[in-house]
Design a protein around this ligand. Structure first.
Ligand code: AQP
Length: 347
C-alpha cells in the first residue's frame, strides 16, 4: 500500500459576490484544517473563465478572494495560497485527464447541466470539461483531503474515478519507475456540518449562489452590518414558530437554512440552536441571527477592505505562493509525463 502525506487542497472561483455559503461551506473550514494538515488553497481563476468574465473585474475578484482567505485567517506563510493560472502544470494535467476521463462520466455531471441550462450548445467546452481541471488541481498535489460544499460532491467522485483509472492503467509503468503501487491517492472529500449547503435567503430550495440575480438571496462577505441585518430581516420564512425538534425541520426548508446558518457561524449544531430557540417566533430569532452574523462577519469584512487597499501586497503573496506550489507541481508533473511515456519528460 502506498502511503501519502496528509495534504488538503481546495479552491474558490474568483467570480465575484463571495457569499456566506462560500464562507461557511468552504473558507471557514479551510482555516480550521490548517492546524492539522499541510494545506494548499487556490484561487481557481482558470475555472472562472469557463464562463465570460470581464478582464478588469476578474483581476479584482482574484485579489478579493485572496483578501477573503487572509481575512478569514488563512496563513500564507505556513501554507500555500496562490492563483491557479500562475502554475501552468494545472492546465497540462487537465489535458492529460481529458484523455483519461470518459465522455460518459462527464455527461453525468449535474453542475454542467445546471450551468449550461437550455443553452447547452453554446456553453464553452471548458465548462463541460471543468471537472477534469478540478481533478488536476487536486491530484497535481496528491491531495488526500478536499473540504468542499455539498454541491461539489459529484466532482470529487469524478476525481476519485480519474485517480483510480490512472493508477490502474499505468500500474506497470508506475512500478517500473519506482513510483509506488498507486501514484495518486483516492482523495477523501470533507463535507458536512450544518452549512454544507447554505440555501438562498429568498428560496429555501435553491442554494445560495454568486450568480443569483437577486442580491437579497445571499449575504456577501463585503456587505456592511446594516445590509447583513436587512437581508436577514427580509429572509423568507413560514408563519410558524421555530420547531422543537430536528425532525420537524424536514418540511421547513427556510427555517432549516436559518438555523443551520446560526449553528455554523456559532461553531455549534442545529440541535443546540433548537434547544435555545425552539417554540420562539422568527421575529425573536432573526434579530439574534443578525447580531451573531454581524459580530462574526464585520471583522472579516473590515480586513478584506484593508487588504484590498494594498493590491501590490496581495499580488506578492500570490506570486510567492505560486512559487511554492510550482515546486511540488513540477516534480509530480515530471513523474506523470514519464508515466505516460512522453519523451523529454522534465524532472
Ligand atoms: N450555498 C453554498 N453552501 C455551502 N457551500 C457552498 N459553496 C458554494 N456555494 C455554497 C462552496 O464554496 C466553495 C467555492 O465555490 P466556487 O467558487 O467554486 O463556486 P460555486 O460552488 O459554483 O459557487 P456558487 O456561489 O454556487 O457560484 P455560481 O453561482 O457561479 O455557481 C466550494 O467548496 C463550494 O462547494
Amino acid at each position: 500500500m502506498t502511503t501519502f502525506v496528509n495534504r488538503v487542497f481546495s479552491g474558490v472561483q474568483p467570480t465575484g459576490n463571495l457569499h456566506l455559503g462560500n464562507y461557511l461551506g468552504a473558507i471557514k473550514r479551510f482555516v480550521a484544517l490548517q492546524h492539522s494538515h499541510e494545506c494548499v488553497y487556490c484561487i481557481v481563476d482558470m475555472h472562472a473563465v469557463t464562463t465570460w468574465q470581464d478582464p478588469k473585474e476578474l483581476t479584482n475578484n482574484i485579489r478579493e478572494v485572496t483578501a477573503a482567505f487572509l481575512a478569514a485567517g488563512i496563513d500564507p506563510n505556513k501554507h500555500i495560497v496562490f492563483n491557479q493560472s500562475q502554475v501552468a502544470e494545472h492546465a497540462e494535467l487537465a489535458w492529460l485527464f481529458n484523455c483519461v476521463a470518459r465522455m460518459g462520466w462527464l455527461n453525468r455531471m449535474t453542475q454542467f447541466k445546471d450551468k449550461a441550462g437550455k443553452n447547452r450548445e453554446n456553453a464553452s467546452v471548458g465548462l463541460f470539461s471543468y471537472p477534469n481541471l478540478m481533478a488536476a488541481d487536486i491530484l497535481l498535489y496528491k491531495a488526500t483531503h478536499v473540504p468542499v460544499g455539498e454541491d461539489q460532491k459529484q466532482h470529487l467522485e469524478l476525481t476519485r474515478d480519474i485517480a483510480a483509472k490512472f493508477n490502474h492503467d499505468f500500474a506497470g509503468r508506475i512500478a517500473e519507475l519506482g513510483l509506488g503501487e498507486s501514484y495518486f491517492p483516492i482523495t477523501e472529500p470533507i463535507i458536512g456540518g450544518p452549512a454544507a449547503r447554505v440555501m438562498s435567503l429568498r428560496d429555501g430550495s435553491r442554494k445560495m449562489s454568486k450568480s443569483d440575480p437577486s442580491d437579497m438571496s445571499r449575504i456577501n462577505l463585503t456587505d456592511d452590518p446594516d445590509t447583513i441585518a436587512k437581508k436577514i430581516r427580509k429572509a423568507k420564512t413560514d408563519p410558524e414558530p421555530l420547531p422543537d425538534s430536528i425532525e420537524d425541520l424536514k418540511q421547513r426548508p427556510e427555517a432549516d437554512n436559518l438555523i443551520g446558518i446560526y449553528a455554523a457561524i456559532n461553531d455549534s449544531d442545529k440541535e443546540t440552536v433548537i434547544t435555545e430557540f425552539g417554540g420562539k417566533s422568527f421575529s425573536e430569532f432573526k434579530p439574534a441571527l443578525a447580531e451573531l452574523a454581524v459580530e462574526k462577519l464585520a471583522p472579516i469584512n473590515a480586513k478584506i477592505r484593508e487588504y484590498m487597499a494594498d493590491p501590490a501586497s496581495i499580488d506578492a503573496i500570490l506570486t510567492n505562493g505560486a512559487d511554492k506550489a510550482r515546486e511540488i507541481a513540477k516534480n509530480n508533473m515530471g513523474e506523470i509525463r514519464e508515466s505516460f511515456g512522453l519523451v523529454g519528460a522534465i524532472k
